[in-house]
Design a protein around this ligand. Sequence first.
Ligand SMILES: NC(=O)c1ccc[n+]([C@@H]2O[C@H](COP(=O)([O-])OP(=O)(O)OC[C@H]3O[C@@H](n4cnc5c(N)ncnc54)[C@H](OP(=O)(O)O)[C@@H]3O)[C@@H](O)[C@H]2O)c1
Length: 300
Amino acid sequence: MVASEDPQKHNNDDFKLEKIFAVKDKVALVTGGGTGIGLMAVQALAVNGAKVYITSRSDEKLDRVRDTYGQNIAGQIIPITADITSKADIKRLVQEISSKESRLDILINNAGISSKTHQTEAESAEEMSKNLFDPEDATFEDWVETYRTNVPQLYFMTTALLPLLQAASEATPSWSATVINISSISGQVKTPQHHFAYNASKAAAIHLTRMLASEVAANGLKIRINDIAPGVFPSEMTAGDSGANQKSHIPKEKFEGKVPANRPGNDRDMAAAVLFAATNQYYNGQTLTVDGGYTLQAGR
Ligand SMILES: NC(=O)c1ccc[n+]([C@@H]2O[C@H](COP(=O)([O-])OP(=O)(O)OC[C@H]3O[C@@H](n4cnc5c(N)ncnc54)[C@H](OP(=O)(O)O)[C@@H]3O)[C@@H](O)[C@H]2O)c1
């Protein structure tokens, strides 16, 4: 639409929600799509018409998500089991998707784990050292395991899928395929929130997102790479468990006074962020923080 001499000529149709947030017929892959934030992303895309492949280590969880949320919707949910910390599994996953699809429009690297927690508050150097160094579960292995699951998988998943992502951009005018890494406000706040290893891994995930976005752009590829940094959302990680429908619950009261929103994040908060990051063609190399004001209170 260009400037016109005709005062009646307008482009109002371009502003309709279904055009701006259009994910119909997009092909997507969501890792850790069986629970928590991953499941929210899966629903946001599939309910609005995308064909969404979901992956995690548990075929039971994935099948349940397909059976519960994949019926009578505009899109589809298709499970493929894989461990995203294994290069061989990533290769198999990419081969399986490549055998069925000529393109991948949206990759959401959501799978992640938390690390062990330790008391940080102390009244002396000795006490602080005892709290953080001495516990048997304060190990290099915990740091490495957390890092392995939360950081290098973003690199290997993204780099393995570059050809399918670029093919999506080339197949669709005015569309650039996109990678959305789920990082965390834990990688932004100054406090370790009692889990140093997790927070350090999420800070690394944020920087890795920017490095990947930068290199992909420098090589002339048309793939946007961003991350979403959620505050607290209900999931198996934060609530400890999920129900028969794979959803988790955090009581609202737990957050009263602790975050400006006075509640944890919910499905719609995450769906809006996912649809924005997936469809906004001018959004690249950024961290989208969705936290109810958590970082305002905790400080970066
Ligand atoms: N919930 C929050 O408040 C919050 C806040 C900020 C960031 N995040 C981030 O959001 C992401 C999703 O976490 P969540 O909170 O929704 O927790 P969740 O319910 O525990 O989900 C994590 C998912 O990752 C999958 N996963 C873990 N390791 C995997 C592996 N090696 N291979 C494949 N899949 C794997 C798990 O499935 P399987 O066990 O079946 O493999 C699970 O579905 C994580 O990156 C987390 O750090 C969460």
